[in-house]
Design a protein around this ligand. Structure first.
Ligand code: SF4
Length: 239
């Protein structure tokens, strides 16, 4: 049995390092993802400290920016979106309210519950927070268009699998959206269709987080996934 610590170092049960020359591609990918995760975490702590926020508070601002544009989010939805306990989200929220970055109000849909939205100052702060991972953009842009599309497909596949096992919060991805119509157009570059905006799009435009997402019934999401994944992963990409 092999284990990986939080520094991305892989070792055998007795603590001896794994021989990477003979290790599987899957393990190497895991190490790579762990290193990227560490870089993101470290950047989040640096930036959050600079803005006098904790990473959890910053995460709430980022989530509200994407998901609460029209209706706000309830505490339960916020905690689920972040993959934390409601008590953790509630404590971070209390501080954000004190700072004047978010406000709580009676939910329009259910007057008995409170929903949370950004204030004008909170929105400006959330815009800054959303830019924190931008340091990765140069590295991603060093990949060719085909490599980016394959990488995106791989990420979608991994996130979907982790979601199915309840290991990451549910993302609002095209592949689970009721408006997604995979491979319905003959155009090799834009074979998919978004029924929400009524437009064709290609693999490289598949969304991982969309504010217009509506969850599809499980059966149709599974059918769409099968239609999407039976096609060549590099189709529709201009190298
Ligand atoms: S509404 Fe958003 S998530 Fe749904 S298919 Fe269109 S782009 Fe994708």
């Amino acid at each position: 049995m092999r284990r990986m610590n939080y520094l991305g170092l892989l070792s055998n049960d007795d603590g001896a390092p794994v021989d990477l020359a003979t290790d599987s591609v899957g393990r190497r990918v895991m190490i790579g993802l762990t290193k990227i995760g560490l870089a993101l975490k470290s950047r989040a702590w640096q930036e959050a400290g600079r803005r006098k926020l904790t990473p959890t508070q910053a995460q709430i601002l980022a989530l509200l920016r994407v998901r609460a544009a029209q209706h706000g989010l309830r505490l339960r939805e916020l905690a689920a979106g972040m993959g934390v306990m409601p008590a953790t989200a509630s404590e971070a929220l209390r501080v954000l309210v004190d700072k004047g970055l978010v406000r709580k109000a009676r939910s329009g849909a259910d007057a008995r519950s409170l929903s949370v939205t950004l204030t004008a100052r909170g929105r400006r702060e959330a815009d800054r927070v959303a830019g924190w991972p931008d340091f990765l953009v140069d590295a991603i842009e060093a990949l060719s268009a085909v490599e980016q599309a394959v990488f995106l497909r791989g990420l979608i596949k991994m996130i979907r699998s982790l979601q199915e096992r309840g290991e990451v919060p549910i993302s609002r991805m095209c592949v689970s959206c009721r408006f997604f119509r995979p491979n319905v157009h003959a155009d090799q570059d834009r074979p998919h269709h978004c029924a929400f905006v009524d437009a064709a799009f290609g693999d490289r435009h598949l969304r991982l987080e969309c504010s217009d997402h509506h969850t599809a019934p499980a059966e149709s999401a599974a059918r769409n996934w099968s239609v999407l994944t039976t096609h060549n992963i590099s189709r529709g990409v201009t190298a």
